[in-house]
Design a protein around this ligand. Structure first.
Ligand code: FES
Length: 223
């Protein structure tokens, strides 16, 4: 009899311990579930596509795309250092299989007084005197300006004084004062000063019937 009562006591104690541990188990599960969800990949390996979705046509590459955008007639940029601002809408097939996500990228086209090999024009194989850059700063994504008068760069962008051969239109970012030379003969958009890690991204463009048409923007970066 005593044995039976003792066994009952043990069972009740075990039961109470179990009941008492339920909140702790629940709390642990609540903590672990998002962690496990975080660790579980939700993209198809190698494709960057949410599971269960049809991948984009990878044969076309993963270049951000947009509708070709006429931005200026050639005569609008007849003068050296003349410029034209525009906004391009691009889509990211590599991130959104439905290609629905669009971003707007402000850009600027500039006529140079000399020709350079610009990667956005015939892949840099033919020299051109028109360069077209994204205005999204490669440093931290601010929108930078085209400043035709270099003195304004010196006055308003941290006191940078370009050497004599670069005293012309420059690109200046107001956020952390990166300065770029759109007309550098070897690397159009070369960083002259400030923290930017690279030149601004280029637009791919072509000239159709005397009109400059941008068709894509260099992939990557903050946009
Ligand atoms: S965002 Fe342009 S210099 Fe920092």
């Amino acid at each position: 009899m005593a044995e039976e009562q003792k066994a009952k006591g043990v069972n009740r104690r075990t039961f109470l311990q179990l009941v008492a541990s339920i909140p702790a188990v629940g709390a642990l599960a609540a903590f672990a579930a998002p962690l496990l969800r975080y660790l579980k990949p939700n993209l198809e390996p190698g494709l960057g596509v949410p599971q269960g979705k049809v991948p984009p046509d990878l044969a076309e590459g993963d270049l951000p795309k947009g509708e070709p955008l006429p931005i200026a007639r050639l005569e609008e940029l007849a003068e050296p250092w003349s410029s034209k601002f525009f906004v391009f809408t691009q889509k990211y097939p590599q991130y959104t299989p439905e290609q629905a996500k669009a971003a707007t990228v402000p850009g600027v086209a500039i006529r140079l007084p000399w020709k350079v090999r610009f990667p956005g024009y015939k892949e840099g194989k033919e020299p051109t005197d028109i360069v077209v850059f994204s205005r999204i700063c490669p440093h931290l994504g601010c929108i930078f300006n085209y400043v035709p008068d270099w003195r304004e760069i010196t006055a308003g962008y941290g006191g940078y004084v370009p050497p004599p051969e670069r005293r012309h239109g420059l690109l200046g970012c107001p956020c952390h004062l990166s300065i770029y030379d759109p007309a550098d003969r070897e690397v159009p958009g070369r960083v002259l000063s400030g923290p930017a890690p690279r030149p601004p991204r280029y637009f791919v463009y072509e000239v159709r019937n005397g009109v400059i048409v941008v068709t894509a923007v260099e992939p990557g970066g903050i946009a």
